[in-house]
Unconditional design. Structure first.
Length: 88
């Protein structure tokens, strides 16, 4: 487990920026600017299942990484997305 107080690596910053950029096309608004790593994306941004699916498709398309349904339960917050995108 990573130290939550440690500075983000360049890869983690890039992953976060990518996810936030995709989210900006799905759920733009002031909530996105204040999004913290552990905030529940569905609650904080008001995402429904179609929005979440669009997030999955958008991130997958931009990264070339296949995101399986089994991964969805780990992708409830920004920290989960960053972990998925920065680990093997």
């Amino acid at each position: 487990m990573t130290d939550p107080t440690a500075p983000a690596t360049p890869a983690e910053e890039a992953a976060r920026a990518l996810v936030v950029d995709v989210l900006a096309g799905i759920a733009p608004g002031p909530e996105l600017d204040g999004l913290r790593p552990g905030d529940d994306l569905r609650e904080t941004l008001g995402l429904d299942s179609l929005d979440f699916r669009n997030l999955v498709v958008g991130v997958s398309g931009r990264t070339g990484r296949r995101i399986e349904e089994d991964d969805y339960e780990r992708l409830t917050d920004l920290a989960g997305w960053v972990r998925l995108l920065t680990t093997g």
